[in-house]
Structure formats: C-alpha cells, structure tokens
Design a protein around this ligand. Structure first.
Ligand SMILES: *Cc1c(COP(=O)(O)O)cnc(C)c1O
Length: 362
C-alpha cells in the first residue's frame, strides 16, 4: 500500500502566517520565507468568566502559544525577513522583554546578530533568559523603556541595522494576522476586542487588520476596540505622557507610546474605549485566568481581562455580546510574579504521613 502525499491546501489553518496571509502582507519574491511556527494560535472559549460577565460568548486568543511565548513573533517574523531582504546586517530593538526575545530568536534563525536595549531591573526573568540564550547582545540601560527606544532610534539612523520595534511598519503588518485569524475562526469579527496597551503597536495592528478584512469582504463587520493600560502607566487615558511609568505588568510599563495616534484612531473609529486598570485588578485577573480558566499568562496580558471585569462592574452592558480577550504573553515569562503568592510550602520529610499532614488530609 502506498500512502499518497496530500496536496497542501491554500489558506489552511495552521499554515504559517506569511504563507496563509501572503496576499495581505508586504512580501515579495525575494522575501526569505523563514518560520519558527508563529501564528495559528488557539481561540479558547471561557469556562467561568463568560457567564459571570453576562457575555454571549467570551474567547481568549492565546498568543502566549507563539514560539517565543508572545504575539511579538507575528510582527518579528515579517520584520526580520524584510530586514534581510533589504540587506540589513543586524537587528536592533528597545524592549520591555518580549520584543527582545522575539528579535533574538528570529535573528538567530536568519543567522544575524541582534542587539537589544532594556530598561535595567525592569524586565521579567524569562524574557531576559530568552534574549541571552539566543545570543543577543543585551544592554541594560539606566532609564525607562521610552528612553531605550529614543536611543535605539538614534542608533538605527546612523548604523546599518534594522530597527525592529513596532515603529517598523512590517511589525504592524505581521501583527494584523491575529485579527484575520480571529475573524476566520469565529466566522466574523467579534463585537468587542479587549487588549492590553503598552507601546500601542498591537491595538493599532488589530484595528488595521479588522478594517482591512472588512474592506476585502472577508468579514462583515469590525469590533469595538477596548484597550487597557495599567493605572501607573496610562498616558493614553490621561492624554499626556507619563514620566515615570510603574506597574507590575512590565510589558506595558510605557509612558509615551510610539503608536499613540494609531491607538486613538482605533478607539475613536471603532466607537471603543481606552481605560486604566490598577495593578491589584491586573493581578486578580491574572489569578482568575490561571485558576478558573486554566490559562497562565503574564501580568500584562491579564489587563485585558481586568478591563472587561471593570467595565462590567461599572455598569457597561455586555449582555449577549461576543468578546475576544487577547492573551498577549505566557505566564512562564515571569515566574517571579507567580511565586509571589505564598502557596508554595516549605519542604516536608519524604514520608507519606508528613506529606498528608502538609496537604491538610489528616
Ligand atoms: C508588547 C506586549 C504588550 C503591549 O503591546 P503593545 O503593542 O506595546 O501595546 C502587551 N502584553 C505583552 C505580553 C507584550 O509582550
């Protein structure tokens, strides 16, 4: 018996985004089609929160399952490929952590050096480990993310390196594919998209993706965009940059978002909102996601869920609506925050009676 090789199906789910959405991306015949398996992430239905919030349907888009554990891979796979196509010799970024992890991985995949600037002392351990493991040169800067980005922009202007922050339009182009996938999976765009906002590239990308899909008649509508910032880093809510942003959600610890105008346009053009949520609420949502939904995300990701809960409590009617929360990054990125909760007990003797007592079973 011979087993026949099946034809690849055009547009099949699971195929990597640069192939699946090729017609919607700025690719040429010369763009190297290099992948680490990004995109095609699960859309998982809520078990507990959906009914509690009175939503018709609540879904979580698990961007935490991308190769380096965050949505940054969608933008980075395109940005680094285009950098290679355009002759760059290296990539450079400023990062709160996940951009550096993705840049380092895709640079390694293409055989390019990566240089990353991070705000000293404010990057979650897992992310730093990734950048170091992939061989990036990591410079800890005594300043905020916003300063790191200013410096990276100046360096990129005078050296032959590609700046792969979300000011790079290829990053935004790649990140739009998450909106395409959501519309493909649900059969249309949802009523509401809830998303954490830091440098604001992602909310800008999702909105562009939903608008483009509707224009091309691959979906019938666009969602209302609900963006959430951490209360200590909420420049878009305040309407002015924040000098010293502070939050446990280090991925959104940003005081002067590069895509400010994109975020405001996404909010206004979609009749949406951008609101602030406290660290306490972020950590509460973080625990609820892990314990009531089985989803372990990093604190910044939980801002989208904290925001939905806050809106419901503030009297916003969610009845019957379909909402998608973007789970932007994995909880494994930031084990220190997870272990801050005093639930890991001290060691007990290796003996059944002691273990049973420690469990409270005797
Ligand atoms: C980058 C990042 C964000 C913020 O996205 P922006 O495009 O900067 O607004 C949120 N969550 C995680 C996990 C991130 O890595």
């Amino acid at each position: 018996m011979t087993i026949e090789r099946r034809e690849r199906v055009e547009g099949a789910p699971g195929r990597f985004i640069m192939e699946r959405y090729r017609d919607l991306l700025p690719l040429t015949d010369r763009t190297p089609m290099v992948t680490l398996g990004e995109g095609g992430t699960p859309l998982v239905r809520s078990r507990a929160l959906e009914a509690e919030l009175g939503l018709g349907e609540l879904w979580f888009k698990l961007e935490s399952t991308n190769p380096t554990g965050s949505f940054k891979d969608r933008g980075m796979v395109v940005a680094v490929a285009k950098a290679v196509e355009e002759g760059a010799r290296a990539v450079l970024c400023a990062s709160t952590g996940n951009t550096s992890a993705a840049a380092a991985a895709y640079a390694a995949r293409h055989g390019l050096p990566a240089y990353v600037l991070v705000p000293g002392g404010h990057v979650a351990m897992g992310k730093l480990a990734q950048a170091v493991a992939h061989g990036a040169q990591v410079i800890a800067v005594d300043g905020s993310f916003d300063r790191c980005l200013q410096i990276a922009r100046q360096l990129a202007a005078r050296e032959a390196v590609a700046l792969v922050n979300s000011v790079n339009p290829y990053r935004i182009a790649g990140q739009k594919t998450a909106a395409f996938e959501i519309a493909d999976d649900l059969g249309d765009a949802p009523d509401l998209l809830a998303i954490p906002v830091g440098n604001a590239g992602n909310i800008t990308a999702y909105w562009a993706g939903f608008v483009e899909y509707r224009h091309r008649e691959r979906s019938l509508r666009t969602p209302r965009m609900w963006g959430f910032q951490a209360a200590g880093a909420a420049p878009l809510v305040r309407g002015a940059p924040v000098e010293d942003p502070e939050t446990v959600a280090t991925a959104i610890r940003i005081g002067n978002p590069a895509s400010w105008r994109g975020a405001v346009a996404a909010r206004d053009d979609s009749a949406g909102r951008i609101e602030a949520v406290s660290d306490e609420r972020i950590l509460d949502a973080y625990r609820r996601l892990a314990q009531d939904e089985g989803i372990f995300c990093e604190p910044a990701s939980a801002a989208s869920v904290a925001g939905l809960i806050s809106m419901a409590e503030a009297g916003e009617s969610l009845r019957g609506l379909t909402a998608v929360c973007v789970i932007t990054g994995s909880g494994l990125k930031d084990p220190e925050t997870a272990l801050r909760v005093p639930t890991v007990r001290r060691e007990v003797p290796a003996e059944v009676g002691s273990v049973a007592r420690a469990l409270g079973w005797s």
